[in-house]
Design a protein around this ligand. Structure first.
Ligand SMILES: C=CC1=C(C)c2cc3[nH]c(cc4nc(cc5[nH]c(cc1n2)c(C)c5CCC(=O)O)C(CCC(=O)O)=C4C)c(C)c3C=C
Ligand SMILES: [Fe+2]
Ligand SMILES: [Fe+2]
Length: 345
């Protein structure tokens, strides 16, 4: 049994994480773990500790818990239950030469448990698959670091490979384009807004490793060798690929960034400003995309699907529709299998 098992490749699928329940103590625990990550709030430890424990966790947790209750379904948090579906579907797709496990960067099930299961099975190869289409230090970078931290304590470290981005994978583009066409067939849209999770500008600046000094402007509008690793440039590229696939005309679509936390500048334009501007310009029907997320979550369903819709309507817009994430689509399973096989060839 052990000999057969050890010939398998472990596949660790990792998403961001979500609270165990929408109750205040669990939401607080999640926010503490998430925001104490130095890749997420990259300020000196004492300042981060004070900000998270004295301000964000006490004051934000009750407000966030209310929103999580709205998001919660019978099966729990969509970010997690869609991950569980994908874990089963990918296991069936890849077959018994692979041992697929889902892990969350924060909360449960954790990365240490997933890796421990592979260690117990004596696996000699592991592929780690972060669920983030674009690379950010706060997401993919943090997953890489956590995996390396865990295995650094092992006597025998197996061969570990990491998949990276998939913002330009044809199946990723195909999913959002196919889902969007369904809505476009139902009514005419006069604008298409692509909203991505933001990050502080300083995190992009610190990540400039290939000679690209991001100016946070038009420099990100084309993807080149020098900016291929820039999160903002990767987001613009996702928009460009989707706009091309859908045949959108210049001037009818744009890229924006949501979820700013704190007062420091985050990458712009900010989605909320963009939504108000579109309404002020007289746009009536907007189709919104959230292509920085693979599963419905607080940031998509609530923030883009409900909060920005309210802002749009309050400022004169008439119809706002969010295009759903990959969730548990078979195409996502095929995409993941492609990423894994690429690492093995
Ligand atoms: C592209 C993915 C993400 C990046 C980059 C990211 C960066 C980032 N996020 C925060 C602060 C918060 N994020 C929150 C929720 C949240 N963030 C992501 C993804 C990215 N975050 C997801 C998928 C989710 C939703 C999880 C869910 O359970 O549905 C929250 C919590 C929101 C709330 O409580 O109201 C915070 C806070 C920072 C500071 C940051 C920095 C780079
Ligand atoms: Fe976030
Ligand atoms: Fe840039």
């Amino acid at each position: 049994m052990q000999a057969n098992q050890s010939r398998k490749t472990g596949v660790l699928l990792v998403n961001l994480g979500t609270p165990d329940s929408p109750e205040v103590p669990d939401v607080r625990k999640y926010l503490r773990e998430f925001l104490m990550d130095e890749r997420v709030i990259d300020i000196p430890f004492p300042n981060r500790w004070a900000l998270v424990n004295l301000i964000i966790a006490p004051f934000r947790a009750p407000k966030s818990a209310k929103v999580y209750k709205e998001l919660w379904e019978e099966r729990g948090s969509p970010l997690k239950f869609y991950g569980e579906d994908i874990e089963k579907m990918l296991q069936a797709h890849l077959g018994d030469r692979y041992f697929v496990k889902l892990a969350m960067r924060y909360q449960n099930p954790g990365i240490p448990e997933g890796l421990a299961a592979f260690q117990k099975a004596g696996l000699s190869k592991i592929v780690v698959v972060p669920f983030f289409p674009q690379y950010a230090s706060a997401t993919t970078g943090s997953v890489y670091q956590k995996v390396m931290d865990v295995v650094s304590g092992w006597q025998t470290i197996p061969e570990i490979t990491f998949t990276n981005t998939f913002f330009d994978h044809p199946k990723f583009v195909e999913h959002f384009a196919t889902a969007a066409r369904k809505y476009i067939a139902e009514r005419p849209y006069d604008y298409f807004l692509f909203s991505y999770h933001g990050v502080p500008e300083r995190q992009i600046r610190k990540g400039d490793v290939s000679g690209h000094t991001c100016q946070f402007g038009a420099c990100c509008e084309t993807l080149r060798a020098d900016n291929r690793l820039c999160y903002r440039a990767q987001c613009f590229e996702t928009t460009r690929l989707l706009a091309r696939e859908l045949g959108l005309k210049e001037g009818t679509y744009s890229t924006a960034f949501q979820s700013r936390l704190g007062k420091d500048p985050w990458i712009q334009p900010y989605t909320e400003d963009m939504v108000k501007k579109l309404a002020a310009e007289g746009k009536k029907n907007v189709l919104a995309f959230s292509p920085a997320f693979v599963a419905d979550c607080l940031e998509t369903t609530i923030e883009v699907g409900e909060e920005y819709k309210e802002v749009f309507e309050a400022n004169g817009g008439s119809h706002w529709q969010l295009v759903e994430s990959l969730n548990n689509s078979p195409l996502y399973v095929e995409l993941l299998a492609d990423l894994i096989h690429q690492r093995e060839s």
